[in-house]
Design a protein around this ligand. Structure first.
Ligand code: PLP
Length: 1001
């Protein structure tokens, strides 16, 4: 049969192609691919198909192409005769209509992952533009009896009886009743041609990895009909929410995308939710009827499952959704909102003082994530901290005010988190103005009011006593004010419905034992609508929903007779900082991630941006014992209050730090040099090696990094061989990295350690040829920028023997690997069972304070001492020595090396389990919390998956996990968190990485 269609395509269209059947409900569709790679879709309509409906689709496609040539609709390919469709009688003698369309690139939206906000916005834009393009398209076929025309959806009313009585039937009856109420409004809207079936299989998506994906096709105009454009959008929306993790976000983004191309009126937006539900109702009723007609077809029942799941489980609040959709389109949250806001603005200055006094001179106090350290632990607000919050602003009981729209970390309890992990999204943005004043300070009604709600919410960190008042503007529009953290006696004094006159004291501030445990203050919030809020208003919102909450609960400053600017918090604008950075610094000062992050707070292994969004830090090894460690804060503060001087004077901090460091190192490493950085330490190591040996030449593995100073760069192939690098120096010889996954000698070779080490002979010879003697060998003990490599055991033993045999020194750069990160070992060289001549330390040694150190033997130090005085102004400063010693003590006291072992093993085990699921994981390697995940195009050829690594790194960042990528082709995910990481965090990394690898296009 296929060959017959192939023949027709050849004779009628002149297209010689192979045909592959495409899934289709009624008609027969083939993908036709020619040997030149051209693609077409051959459509063979069912024999009883009305030719007028095909002609309608063809005319609509031509119309769209003419009006909006950039829209991704397929072009109709005419037959050789010039006809747009051809009638052909198949072998059974039945005549079918055939027509041919251009094949569009991409895969179906159903298969596309992730369904990102950018993609959904683009979908909205394409639908909006297509409705614009079809607005003036007319055809008699557009108006017909059609069960999928939402305007005719009331046909299901009589069919609902086919659904068994129970909650499903009740919910359908509710949906239909709601639809009946909007039907008259719908009929008043202009009707036009609409696609009418933008479902997941009629949308195509394309785009390269790491680039934003876009809509590459909108296909199948088979359901085109005349209806208000909002029906078309609601139908697309109905499919988009099914089984979606974030249906409201998706809806909002889709509608915003549509509105950007084809602006909607608020009256239309308000219809989306009832229309969406009605479309799903039609769908489930239709498939129930089909199931009755085809009792043996399980597919019919399966296909309606997602719609039922949505209708049964949705927790979407219609009022809040309306507000979301309106604000996403930049429209007023309610029709009355602009009038209420202008009333408040007009009356500013005339309201009765809420705190009984003029607040214009009251100082503001910030509790923001940027400007305050309340609470010290952003995941726990202690009872004591809560009662003292903002104590630094309190002066003799004077009123001070807390900001509106200020992101704060004080909302630390799990109830403020939208997800299972510590780094899940969390609500941080304060939607009220706070007035801090002594307990029992009376609060006055700013204007005439009716009591709407009075409650005593006794939970810890809840409101205690809380009152909501309703007010009417002079135009008769209602709005509401909320007063939280009250003395609960208010519950006895007020009754719902009671009126309160402007200026009446109606409640008092509670004590901490009455007000949820807080320092006494009023939480004063307003709302322009209760639609979607009810009586339980969120006092704090998710920064990713700023537009919505700013619109529903605007700045209440006017009611306090204050200018908005006084109480509005201004977050540092990331875009300004970005621009400043571009202006002030060189272009090779590089930012991480496509969407750079501004970080203003840290705690252990979590970081917070300016809006208080949390990130799991799985990348930074400098905060070895955790960000903002209280013991580091304490010693730094203590020492800065005393003296911070240099090594020209005696101070016991220097010797105490040296003693502690040396206690971790084997003999004969006994002399310390303290400097400021890893680079400075490596630079010094080079000088020591040369002073001791009198030689100049160095041997080092390829792709190494030892720092940014001139000598260190010369030793760092990662830099000197990089694009624009200075190139190799004659005194440096490179050897291949001992990478037994990708390198010359694999893990199946038992002699690989010796073979890799043997390459050093060649390097020594090459130096000798130039008459350069060997001063030493330097290597990151486990190469990090080279791709988180763990060399085979025995490698360094063999290398050191060869170097020492020619008089050279062996330098271990332990900047990345030292101080317990490896779990089983305090230093990497222990795993290789060698003792270096010089050990270089940096990064983690100061937990962020700039400290580098070099430790060597007495003999080498003596050789160096024959030269000029050694002095590093800041190296070994009193402060640095106190901090360095504290870091080493914390690693011991908190068992962080053991934690690195536990969490590292957990992470490695789980990553290896992921490797079984995802072919793109070529290798998982590491020790403790020094881990690399080598991504490959395919496991056989191990080709580096560079674009994938970039994509994964950025997607992980989008999902609030920071990790990096490294390796010669930047294809290895680099994971090296602070040593404080916990099992839940490991699980978050694994769950998220698994999802992202599943998303791959
Ligand atoms: C292995 C190694 N050595 C030395 C350095 C240089 O240290 P610093 O940046 O403190 O100068 C680095 C920095 O990344 C490093 O990773």
């Amino acid at each position: 049969m296929t060959s017959e269609w192939q023949n027709v395509l050849r004779t009628q269209w002149g297209i010689d192609a192979c045909l592959t059947k495409l899934p289709s409900e009624y008609d027969l569709n083939f993908l036709a691919e020619t040997s030149d790679g051209d693609g077409f879709v051959l459509k063979i309509m069912r024999p009883d198909c009305n030719p007028g409906l095909v002609a309608l689709q063809i005319a609509a496609l031509h119309h769209i192409t003419e009006r909006a040539p950039n829209l991704p609709f397929p072009a109709v390919i005419p037959a050789l005769s010039g006809d747009q469709m051809v009638t052909h009688s198949g072998p059974t003698g039945e005549a079918s209509i055939l027509w041919v369309l251009e094949r569009l690139p991409g895969r179906t939206f159903a298969e596309a992952l992730p369904k990102s906000a950018t993609l959904i916005h683009d979908l909205g834009r394409v639908i909006g533009t297509s409705d614009l393009a079809l607005a003036d398209f007319t055809d008699p076929g557009l108006t017909r009896d059609f069960k999928w025309d939402l305007m005719q959806a009331q046909w299901i009313t009589t069919e609902i009886a086919s659904i068994a009585t129970g909650p499903r039937r009740v919910s359908l009856e509710r949906i239909v009743a709601e639809f009946d109420t909007i039907h008259p409004a719908l009929q008043r809207l202009p009707s036009q041609a609409v696609h009418n079936d933008v479902n997941d299989y009629n949308i195509l998506v394309d785009g390269a990895l790491s680039q934003p994906h876009y809509i590459s096709g909108l296909i199948d105009l088979g359901d085109i009909c005349a209806a208000p454009r909002i029906c078309n959008l609601a139908i697309a929306a109905a499919y988009l929410v099914l089984d979606a993790p974030d249906p409201e976000k998706r809806l909002t983004t889709l509608v915003a995308g549509y509105h950007s191309a084809n602006p909607l009126a608020t009256a239309e937006i308000d219809l989306i939710w009832p229309l969406l539900q009605m479309r799903l109702a039609v769908s489930v009723v239709n498939s129930t009827l089909m199931a009755q007609d085809n009792p043996n077809d399980p597919y019919v029942v399966i296909s309606q499952a997602p719609a039922w799941r949505f209708l049964e489980k949705t927790s979407i609040d219609p009022g809040l959704l309306r507000a979301r959709l309106r604000t996403a389109c930049g429209l007023p949250v309610t029709d009355a909102a602009p009038r209420i806001l202008s009333f408040l603005d007009r009356e500013r200055g005339n309201f009765a003082p809420v705190m009984g006094t003029d607040l214009s001179g009251a100082p503001m106090g910030s509790l923001s994530v940027e400007h305050s350290i309340w609470p010290q632990n952003p995941f726990h607000l202690g009872r004591d901290e809560a009662t003292r919050i903002g104590a630094e602003y309190e002066q003799d009981g004077q009123i001070w005010l807390g900001y509106y729209f200020e992101p704060r970390l004080i909302y630390a309890e799990p109830a403020f988190r939208n997800g299972p992990w510590l780094a899940s999204d969390r609500r941080t943005v304060h939607l009220a103005v706070d007035g801090f004043a002594p307990a029992n300070t009376p609060i006055y009604a700013p204007m005439d009011a009716t009591v709407h709600v009075i409650e005593n919410r006794t939970g810890h960190l809840d409101y205690g006593g809380v009152v909501i008042l309703a007010h009417d503007t002079s135009e008769g529009d209602s709005f509401y004010t909320l007063y939280g953290h009250l003395n609960p006696e208010v519950c006895e004094k007020l009754k719902p419905g009671q009126t309160i006159e402007k200026g009446t004291p109606f409640c008092k501030l509670g004590t901490p034992s009455q007000n949820g445990g807080w320092a006494p203050h009023i939480h004063f919030q307003m709302a322009l609508t209760l639609d979607g809020l009810g009586n339980d208003w969120p006092g704090v919102s998710d920064p990713d929903e700023n537009d919505l909450w700013r619109a529903i609960c605007p700045n209440p400053a006017a009611l306090l007779n204050l200018p908005d600017a006084k109480t509005a918090y201004a977050t540092t604008d990331k875009a300004d900082v970005f621009a400043g950075r571009k202006a002030n610094f060189g272009d090779n000062l590089v930012l991480s991630y496509r969407d750079p992050i501004m970080l203003v707070r840290g705690w252990q292994h979590h970081l917070f941006d300016e809006w208080g969004r949390p990130y799991l830090d799985a990348y930074n090894n400098v905060p070895h014992v955790g960000h903002a460690h209280p013991r580091i804060q304490a010693v730094a503060t203590d020492q800065l209050k005393r003296i911070n001087s240099n090594t020209r004077y005696l101070h016991s901090a220097q010797t105490t730090f040296a003693d502690k460091l040396l206690s971790k190192l084997p003999d004969p490493l006994e002399v310390c040099f303290f400097v400021n950085s890893g680079s400075e330490a490596n630079e010094l190591a080079l000088r020591l090696a040369r002073a001791h040996t009198g030689a100049k030449g160095m041997v080092t593995p390829d792709h190494g990094y030892h720092g940014n100073t001139t000598g260190a760069i010369d030793l760092s192939a990662y830099k000197f061989n990089a694009k624009g690098g200075v190139g190799p120096s004659d005194w440096v010889e490179l050897v291949e990295v001992a990478d037994d996954y990708r390198g010359s000698f694999g893990r199946d070779d038992p002699d690989r350690a010796e073979k890799f080490a043997g390459l050093v002979d060649g390097a020594i010879e090459r130096l000798a040829v130039q008459d350069i003697k060997v001063a030493g060998f330097i290597a990151e003990t486990f190469p990090s920028v080279g791709g988180q490599i763990i060399p085979p055991k025995g490698y360094l033993q063999a290398v050191y023997a060869k170097i020492r045999a020619v008089g050279g020194l062996c330098i271990a750069d332990e900047v990345q690997t030292g101080l317990g990160r490896l779990g089983d070992f305090y230093f990497g060289f222990e795993q290789q069972e060698v003792v270096p001549d010089i050990v270089v330390l940096g990064k983690p040694l100061g937990n962020g304070h700039p400290i580098g150190a070099l430790v060597t033997t007495r003999a080498i130090a003596d050789s160096f001492a024959k030269g000029p005085e050694f002095f590093s102004t800041f190296g070994g400063s009193t402060l640095s020595c106190r901090i360095g010693k504290e870091v080493l003590d914390i690693v011991d006291d908190e068992g962080l090396q053991a934690n690195a072992k536990r969490q590292g093993d957990r992470l490695l085990d789980k990553l290896r389990a992921l490797q079984d699921k995802h072919n793109c994981i070529g290798d998982v390697r590491g020790l403790g919390l020094f881990i690399g995940v080598d991504l490959v195009m395919d496991r056989a050829n191990k080709n580096e998956a560079t674009a994938l690594a970039t994509h994964v790194k950025n997607r992980m960042r989008d999902t609030r996990i920071l990790l990096g990528s490294e390796g010669p082709k930047d294809s290895i995910l680099k994971i090296r968190p602070p040593l404080t990481i916990q099992p839940d965090d490991v699980d978050m990394i694994i769950v998220t990485l698994d999802c992202i690898l599943n998303e791959r296009f």
